[in-house]
Design a protein around this ligand. Structure first.
Ligand SMILES: Cc1ncc(COP(=O)(O)O)c(C=O)c1O
Length: 437
C-alpha cells in the first residue's frame, strides 16, 4: 500500500537498489540525483561515514535495545549533552521519539499538561505530521484526511504572515505584513480566550508548504504575545533543523528562543528513525514530579541515538552549516534565478541556505494548481515535467505548484549546477506544453 496517494501509484515509482553520495540507483541501473533529500531528510546523502557505521555496529553488539521507560543508557546521556550544547542555554530537557509526527504529538501533550490549557494555534500553510493530532495541527490539505473521520477538538488556525500562492495578503511591505499578522494573531488569541491556549506551534520556516520565511519581526512578535498570555512557543524544526537553512536551527534565522523545539530527519541523517523534543528547564523541572503521560516502545532507541550522535558530529566536523550558507546558497540562488528568468511559466524563486523553491505557473502567470492538487490548468504539462525529471536523472518529491530544491548538504557546487541543468531540460518540457495550451 502507498501512503498519501493511492496504492496503484507505487507501481510507477523507481525500484531502488542502492545509493552513494547524492545519488540513488534503481534495479534497472538508472542513476538519479537526489534533488530534495527524499522528504527533505537524507541531509547527508547515502554514503554513511565509517564513524556512523562503527557506532551503530558497536551499539548493536553491546546493547541493541533498551526500553526508555525501564533503563537509562550512556548514549542517551551523551546525545542529550551534545544537543544541549547546540541549543540555547534555556533548553535542557529531551525526549527521543522515533519520527516527526510523534515528536509533535509529544510536544503538544507537554504543552497541554504544563499549561493545563487545551488549544494549539497553527498556521494554515503548514505540515506537522500524519498522526491524528499532528495532522489536525496541520493547515494544508492533508488535514482533510483526519477531518473525514471527525475533527479533533483543540486546534485553531491562523494565517501565515507572508504572501503565499493564495490571494490574501497582510500588506505590501514586510513590516506591514509582520505588524498586521501579529495584530490578527493577538486578536484571535483574545477572542479564543488566552486561558484556553496552551501553545502556538509553527514551523520555523514553512517547508513542504513552499519554503517561506516569516517577515522580520514576526516571530519575535509571536514570542512577545506568547509571553504576555502565558502561552508556550513550539518551533517545529522537523524539516529545517540540523542545518537545512544554513543555521543549525531554523529559529536562529530570527531573534527568538522557543519553549519547545521538535526535530527529526537530519538528526540522524535519516539513516535510522529518530526524533527529538527539547524543552526549557522550567518545563523539564515541572515534569520531575508530575508524570508526562507520554510513551513509546522505541523512545530513546540506543542504536538510533548512536547513529544520531555520530551523524551530528560528522555534520559539525564537515562544517556543513558554512557549506550550506556560503557555498550552496549562492549556487542555489543563481540556479533558481536563472530558471525563473528563462521560463515565463516559472516564478517566485526563493531560497535560504540549502532550501529553495519555485512556483510552476500557468500560461497566465497563475499557480498551475492549488497545493491540494485542485484546479490544475495544465495536468499534461505537470505530468510531462514529472516524467522528464525522471528521464533526466532527477529524483525527489514534487508537489505542484512548488518545485522544492533541497539537495543533500554534502553536494558540491558543480554537482548542484549539473542538477540545475537537468532541471532546465525537464522544465523545457513543461514550458513547451504550457505554451501550446
Ligand atoms: C515540519 C514537519 N513537521 C513534522 C513532520 C512529520 O514528520 P514524520 O514524517 O517524521 O512523522 C514533517 C514531515 O515532513 C515536517 O516537514
Amino acid at each position: 500500500m502507498a501512503s498519501w496517494g493511492p496504492g496503484s501509484a507505487l507501481r510507477a515509482l523507481p525500484f531502488l537498489s542502492h545509493g552513494e553520495h547524492i545519488y540513488m540507483v534503481d534495479t534497472d541501473g538508472n542513476k538519479y540525483m537526489d534533488w530534495t533529500c527524499q522528504a527533505v531528510c537524507t541531509n547527508l546523502g547515502y554514503t554513511v561515514p565509517p564513524a556512523v557505521m562503527n557506532a551503530v555496529t558497536k551499539q548493536m553488539s553491546e546493547l541493541a535495545m533498551a526500553y526508555g521507560g525501564l533503563g537509562n543508557t550512556e548514549i542517551r546521556v551523551r546525545l542529550g549533552a551534545l544537543l544541549n550544547e547546540l541549543l540555547p542555554d534555556e533548553i535542557t530537557g529531551f525526549l527521543f521519539p522515533s519520527g516527526g509526527s510523534e515528536a509533535n504529538e509529544a510536544a503538544m501533550r507537554i504543552a497541554r499538561r504544563y499549561t493545563g490549557r487545551p488549544k494549539i494555534v497553527n498556521m494554515y500553510r503548514s505540515y506537522h505530521g500524519g498522526s491524528p493530532g499532528a495532522l489536525q495541527a496541520t493547515g494544508d490539505f492533508r488535514r482533510g484526511f483526519t477531518e473525514s473521520t471527525g475533527e479533533l477538538p483543540g486546534f485553531v488556525k491562523t494565517f501565515n504572515p507572508f504572501d503565499t500562492i493564495g490571494k490574501f495578503s497582510f500588506g505590501s511591505t514586510d513590516a506591514e505584513k509582520a505588524q498586521n499578522a501579529l495584530a490578527y494573531l493577538e486578536d484571535q488569541i483574545i477572542m479564543e480566550g488566552p486561558h484556553t491556549i496552551a501553545a502556538v506551534m509553527f514551523e520555523s520556516i514553512v517547508g513542504s508548504g513552499g519554503v517561506y520565511v516569516a517577515p522580520p519581526g514576526y516571530m519575535e512578535g509571536v514570542r512577545e504575545i506568547c509571553d504576555r498570555y502565558g502561552i508556550l512557543f513550539i518551533a517545529d524544526e522537523v524539516m529545517v533543523g540540523f542545518g537545512r537553512t544554513g543555521t543549525f536551527w531554523g529559529f536562529q534565522n530570527y531573534d527568538v528562543v522557543p519553549d519547545i523545539v521538535t526535530s527529526a530527519k537530519g538528526l540522524s541523517g535519516a539513516w535510522l528513525p529518530l526524533s527529538m523534543v527539547a524543552v526549557r528547564t522550567e518545563i523539564k523541572e515541572f515534569f520531575e514530579d508530575t508524570p508526562l503521560g507520554w510513551g513509546a516502545t522505541y523512545h530513546a532507541h540506543p542504536v538510533s541515538m548512536a547513529c544520531a550522535y555520530e551523524s551530528i558530529k560528522f555534520m559539525l566536523e564537515g562544517d556543513m552549516l558554512n557549506h550550506a550558507k556560503k557555498v550552496i546558497e549562492p549556487v542555489l540562488k543563481e540556479g533558481i534565478d536563472a530558471l525563473c528568468a528563462k521560463y515565463e511559466c516559472l516564478g517566485n524563486g526563493r531560497q535560504i541556505g540549502a532550501f529553495g523553491c519555485m512556483d510552476m505557473l500557468d500560461k497566465y502567470g497563475n499557480p498551475v494548481q492549488q497545493l491540494d492538487g485542485s484546479n490544475c490548468t495544465h495536468p499534461d504539462a505537470v505530468l510531462g515535467y514529472r516524467q522528464a525529471m525522471k528521464a533526466n536523472g532527477l529524483y525527489g518529491f514534487l508537489r505542484p505548484p512548488f518545485i522544492h530544491c533541497a539537495p543533500p548538504l554534502v553536494i558540491s557546487p558543480d554537482e548542484l549546477r549539473e542538477g540545475f541543468s537537468r532541471q532546465d531540460k525537464a522544465l523545457a518540457v513543461y514550458a513547451d506544453i504550457v505554451s501550446k495550451a
